[in-house]
Write a protein that binds this ligand. Structure first.
Ligand SMILES: Cc1ncc(COP(=O)(O)O)c(C=O)c1O
Length: 237
């Protein structure tokens, strides 16, 4: 049987709608790929560097991948991407991966500074606490807004699925996604100074990806704006 060269996963799917992988399944995937000698690649481009409350999201499952792909946060807004891999995959000869813009000095200096800042300021613990605070706010808002469905994610990588409470439920009893409400909520938030992303099925998942240094007072403000925006958007339907 021909084995695949690798298996690639996002430990928390981002654009897919903020879907955290089940930790036991991840451990199972690690066991199977290890036994088969297939490289396990973890895409931490959105979830890496403290975003989920751990330096890397795969740490929640206690696994060690063979390859980790990283970018976004590592550069502190300068363009930098990193691929980390095990020795047995290091088959390139010295200089084989040279290119015009590889190893941009300023971006690498920024990357080192970002990593130092994250560690010295325990940004992982801060992201976990702020994420918890925002989740609590969202759960409270759920009582007033039946349009708020599943709240999910890890740390400061959070999403809430907007649902149509009057729509026909699916086979599992969940109300349908409310794709047309999401852009209205997004626009009402923007008017009030809050930028949100949309993702997931039908674009119905509102994504919260605040700066990792966000304060508790700013989290409360996010929740306040989101609540007002939801009220305005649902009233306009
Ligand atoms: C999860 C994920 N993987 C890969 C990429 C591609 O990353 P890059 O643009 O650094 O190549 C992105 C970009 O948005 C992403 O979100």
């Amino acid at each position: 049987m021909q084995l695949p060269a690798a298996v690639i996963v996002e430990v928390v799917q981002g654009e897919g709608g903020v879907i955290p992988a089940d930790l036991d399944r991840l451990r199972g995937l690690r066991r199977i790929t290890e036994q088969a000698g297939v490289a396990l690649i973890v895409d931490e481009i959105q979830s890496g560097f403290a975003r989920t409350g751990k330096m890397f999201a795969f740490e929640h499952a206690g696994i060690i991948p063979d390859v980790v792909v990283l970018s976004k946060a590592i550069g502190g807004s300068l363009p930098l991407a990193v691929v980390v891999y095990r020795d047995w995959l290091d088959t390139w000869l010295p200089g084989a991966h040279a290119g015009t813009f590889r190893g941009n000095q300023m971006a690498m200096a920024a990357g080192s500074a970002v990593m130092r800042y994250l560690v010295e300021n325990d940004v992982c613990a801060h992201a976990a606490a702020m994420g918890e605070r925002l989740s609590e706010h969202l759960k409270i808002l759920q009582r007033d807004f039946p349009q708020l469905g599943d709240i999910r994610g890890r740390g400061l990588m959070l999403g809430v699925e907007l649902v149509d409470p009057s729509g026909a439920p699916d086979v599992q009893g969940h109300p349908p996604a409310f794709g047309c409400l999401a852009p209205l909520v997004q626009r009402e938030c923007l008017k009030r100074g809050l930028i949100l992303e949309l993702g997931g099925r039908h674009g119905a998942v509102v994504r919260f990806l605040p700066p990792l240094v966000i304060t508790a007072a700013e989290i409360d403000q996010v929740a306040e704006i989101f609540s007002r925006a939801l009220a305005a958007a649902t009233a306009s339907l």
